[in-house]
Design a protein around this ligand. Structure first.
Ligand code: HEC
Length: 300
């Protein structure tokens, strides 16, 4: 009897001991918890400081960096959307009749327009309207000849100095990649073209510059160029200033990324094929593993 009680006590104390060790072993875990809390609090403080800094910084630099352009639902902005090619065609007309007076488009050749916005015959006829220097001929002379589809878009000015001299010292940038070169892309260019307003009270704009809140600094050497009815569209679309801005921005977005439509088509094909292959491999894996996973091992 006594010995049984003794053994029970011994068992109990062993149990207590093991409980103690269990609690003892959980202690470091509690310490880890408070460590995590400290990390979270530190991260929170750093994050809040960064946000405050960014916000204060952004509002302080609004005039320096220009107004943030509103974003528009471009017909080509979705993952499966292609360019509106009728709009590219109208945009080319706006570029040719308005912007090309000052801006070059160095990376686009006439042939790039074929089957994008114009037919081959139209492109040939348009290129022929411009004279290009070629040569030397058999006598070593350079000569002028009409343009060919392989020629690049003619320049607005012969050199940078001439461009600056004609534009109050400012250089009109090449527009080939402008939608990629500016924060906001076509939204920015659209906002810039349609955003001319009178300078607010207290803001002085130097002679030869124009006030535009979307341009960093607010004073731009380019005057407003798009007014209702500046061009006459052949397809009868009313040529309002915003319509022309939209079309020329679509054209410039195409110029900066002529492979855009093809890229999205490739992306769609790649996604469809990859999803198919993944589904197939999941099926195949299950098929091959099924006998192993459903097998029952019985020991006797
Ligand atoms: C009369 C000449 C002239 C015409 C026409 C003109 N621009 Fe400009 N453009 C300029 C000049 C000059 C600048 C440089 C402005 C500056 O740096 O202050 C400029 C700058 C720009 C910029 C760059 C702004 C930036 O963020 O640096 C864009 C985009 C632009 N023009 C688009 C166009 C488009 C599109 C058209 C046609 C609808 C057009 N421009 C017509 C002279 C012109």
């Amino acid at each position: 009897m006594l010995s049984r009680i003794a053994s029970q006590t011994a068992r109990r104390s062993v149990k207590q001991l093991s409980q103690q060790t269990r609690f003892a072993s959980t202690k470091p875990a509690f310490a880890g918890h408070s460590n995590k809390q400290a990390t979270a609090v530190t991260a929170g403080i750093i994050g809040a400081t960064a946000l405050t800094y960014m916000y204060v910084d952004a509002s302080a630099n609004m005039a320096d960096e220009g107004l943030h352009p509103p974003s528009h639902p471009w017909p080509h902005s979705g993952p499966l959307d292609t360019f509106d090619h009728a709009s590219i065609r109208r945009g080319y007309q706006v570029y040719r009749e308005v912007c090309s007076a000052c801006h070059s488009l160095d990376r686009i050749a006439w042939r790039n327009l074929i089957d994008v916005s114009h037919t081959e015959d139209e492109v040939k006829a348009m290129a022929e309207e411009f004279e290009y220097q070629d040569g030397p001929d058999d006598n070593g002379e350079m000569f002028m000849r009409p343009g060919k589809p392989a020629d690049y878009m003619p320049k607005a000015y012969p050199n940078e100095e001439a461009a600056r001299a004609a534009n109050a010292g400012a250089l009109p940038p090449d527009l080939s990649l402008i939608t990629k070169a500016r924060h906001g892309g076509e939204d920015y260019v659209f906002a810039l073209l349609t955003g001319y307003v009178d300078a607010p009270g207290g803001v002085e704009v130097r002679e030869g510059l124009n006030y535009n809140p979307y341009f960093p600094g607010g004073a731009i050497a380019m005057a407003q160029t798009l007014f209702d009815g500046v061009v006459e569209y052949e397809d009868g679309t009313p040529a309002t200033a915003s319509q022309m801005a939209k079309d020329v921005c679509t054209f410039l977005a195409w110029a900066a990324e002529p492979e855009h439509d093809e890229r999205k088509k490739m992306g769609m094909k790649a996604t469809v094929i990859t999803v198919g292959l993944v589904a197939l491999s999941v099926y195949l894996k299950k098929f091959k593993w099924a006998p192993l996973k459903t097998r029952k091992i019985v020991y006797k």
